[in-house]
Design a protein around this ligand. Structure first.
Ligand code: SF4
Length: 236
C-alpha cells in the first residue's frame, strides 16, 4: 500500500525532474534563471499549498524538534503581525471561507496585499529555506529570469520564467481522489496547524496500482486543462 507521504515524495521527485528539464531547455534557448541560494524575496509572497503538501511538510518538520520549535515561534509571530493588518486578515478569512478558491480578481488583490504587508514565510531562516527538500510545489516551480534585485522591488517587477505551476493542482486532485482529503487550498503558514488538526489523514493508504492509475489520470486531466487554457490564451 502507498501512504499519503509516499505519494507526496513521488510527486516531489517528478516535479523536480520536470522543472529541471524545463530549465535546461530554457538555458538552451539562451534564457538564464537568476534565482540562487540566499534569494528570499519570493518567501514574502502569498504561498498557497494543497492539503497533501501540508501533511508532507508537517511530517518533515516534526522529525526535527529544534526546527519545529523555531517554525512554531515564527508562526506565532506571523499571526501577531497579521493582527496589525486588519484588511489582509479579512481577506484571508474570505480566502478560507471559499476553501482557497477565490474569484481571480480577489485572488490577485489578496496576493498584492500580502506582498505589501511584508509578512515572511515562517519556514524562512537566516535568508534560507529551512525545509528546502520538502518545500511546497509553488516554491519549486517558481523561477525568474530578471536580475534578483528586482524581486525585492515590486510583486510584478521580476520576469517569471515561462515554466508552469502545475503540481499543486495535481497534488490536490490526488489528495481528494486517493486519500479523501478536502478539496481546498491553504496558505503556507497555516499548513502545520491544518496537519495537526487532521492526524487521521496520514493513516490512509491506497494500493500502489491505484496510486499509479490516479497519477496517470491526474496528469492527463492537467495536460488537457493546460491545453485548453493555453489555447484560449492564443485565441484571445
Ligand atoms: S517554504 Fe521555503 S522556499 Fe517556500 S516560501 Fe517558505 S522559506 Fe521560501
Amino acid at each position: 500500500m502507498s501512504t499519503l507521504l509516499e505519494v507526496a515524495e513521488q510527486l516531489r521527485a517528478e516535479a523536480d525532474a520536470r522543472q529541471s528539464d524545463r530549465l535546461n531547455s530554457l538555458a538552451q534557448q539562451g534564457s538564464t534563471v537568476t534565482c540562487g541560494a540566499g534569494c528570499w524575496a519570493c518567501c514574502g509572497q502569498l504561498v498557497v499549498i494543497s492539503p497533501l503538501e501540508a501533511h508532507a511538510l508537517a511530517e518533515a518538520v516534526t522529525r526535527e524538534p529544534d526546527l519545529a520549535g523555531r517554525v512554531e515561534a515564527r508562526t506565532v509571530q506571523w499571526r501577531e503581525q497579521l493582527q496589525d493588518e486588519p484588511d489582509l486578515d479579512r481577506q484571508l478569512k474570505e480566502f478560507r471561507a471559499v476553501q482557497g478558491y477565490p474569484e481571480p480578481e480577489r485572488g490577485t488583490h489578496l496576493e498584492t496585499s500580502y506582498w505589501e504587508s511584508g509578512l515572511l514565510c515562517p519556514f524562512l531562516e537566516e535568508s534560507r529555506c529551512s525545509v528546502y527538500k520538502h518545500r511546497p510545489f509553488a516554491c519549486r516551480e517558481h523561477h525568474v529570469t530578471s536580475p534578483p534585485e528586482l524581486c525585492l522591488l515590486e510583486l510584478d517587477a521580476p520576469t517569471p520564467a515561462p515554466t508552469r505551476m502545475e503540481y499543486r493542482t495535481l497534488a490536490t486532485w490526488i489528495g481528494v481522489t486517493a486519500f479523501g482529503l478536502p478539496d481546498c487550498q491553504l496558505v503556507l503558514p497555516e499548513a502545520l496547524e491544518f496537519a495537526r488538526a487532521h492526524p487521521e489523514h496520514t493513516t490512509r493508504h491506497v494500493a500502489p496500482e491505484r496510486a499509479r492509475e490516479l497519477l496517470h489520470q491526474g496528469r492527463r486531466r492537467l495536460a488537457a486543462a493546460l491545453t485548453q487554457v493555453l489555447g484560449a490564451g492564443r485565441g484571445g
